[in-house]
Design a protein. Structure first.
Length: 251
């Protein structure tokens, strides 16, 4: 039978050693996280700078899959508030890492540290200069299309990532109208806006000339001027920024 004094001695010694280990663990924790905290691993996903403007940088994160999605993923943190590493905090817990590992072509705009010299950076410069140039660089680097169309249920979502001339937008409206099965209310020249209201018995058309010059509109059937009460046919000259209101009965 073991000596009770020996057992008590061994137990006391084991408790002292465990207490010493716990104290050492606590000292190590305080030193690592309170006295000399180490910076956590942030922004670890590999990336390249593909565009710069002053302190502003555009990152493209390096691919981690054999193939990338054809449409780039563009992330813009809040100006002056969010830092880019917020979405790339820790390996295994990073949104950026997750997207890249799932084949997305990820870009992020880093505004840099906002300081006194940035006080003149306004919304107009950001929206009309910085963002379009960053998007142009993304499209150029990724060789992605500037317009995409995705179907959702019975509808379609169209993304247009470019800035073009006015004639392009004319053609775009025609294409969208044809795609949606929307037909013109009246055949009128460009820069003439047409809208229509109706009740149980009548349709009323509002024609607005947005040009600084008169525009001629041709009507191939008698039309009734709602404002003057006159009926006319053939050509009608709508003055600059003029309005014509027509009405017709519903048959």
């Amino acid at each position: 039978m073991a000596d009770p004094m020996t057992q008590a001695y061994d137990m006391t010694r084991a408790m002292q050693e465990e207490a010493l280990k716990n104290t050492q663990r606590w000292n190590n924790w305080v030193d690592a996280f309170v006295v000399n905290p180490a910076d956590p691993p942030m922004g670890m996903t590999p990336k390249d700078v593909v565009w710069k403007r002053g302190k502003i940088q555009l990152y493209r994160y390096q691919a981690q899959t054999a193939q990338r999605h054809p449409i780039p993923y563009f992330i813009v943190p809040w100006l002056g508030i969010s830092r880019p590493y917020v979405l790339d905090m820790l390996p295994g817990h990073s949104m950026i890492e997750f997207l890249v590992q799932h084949g997305y072509d990820v870009y992020m705009l880093d505004w840099g540290v906002i300081a006194e010299e940035d006080k003149h950076l306004g919304c107009a410069e950001i929206v009309y200069t910085i963002m379009p140039r960053a998007i142009d660089r993304i499209l150029e680097t990724s060789n992605a299309p500037a317009i995409t169309l995705n179907e959702y249920g019975s509808g379609k979502a169209i993304y247009l990532g470019t800035m073009s001339h006015q004639f392009f937008y004319y053609d775009l409206v025609v294409w969208l109208r044809q795609l949606s099965g929307i037909h013109p209310l009246l055949k009128v020249p460009d820069m003439v806006e047409v809208s229509m209201r109706q009740n149980e018995t009548n349709k009323i058309y509002f024609l607005l000339n947005h040009q600084n010059s008169p525009v001629r509109i041709s009507f191939f059937k008698p039309m009734h001027d709602f404002l003057t009460g006159k009926t006319f046919t053939g050509n009608y000259d709508l003055p600059p920024h003029g309005v014509l209101v027509l009405d017709e009965p519903i048959v």
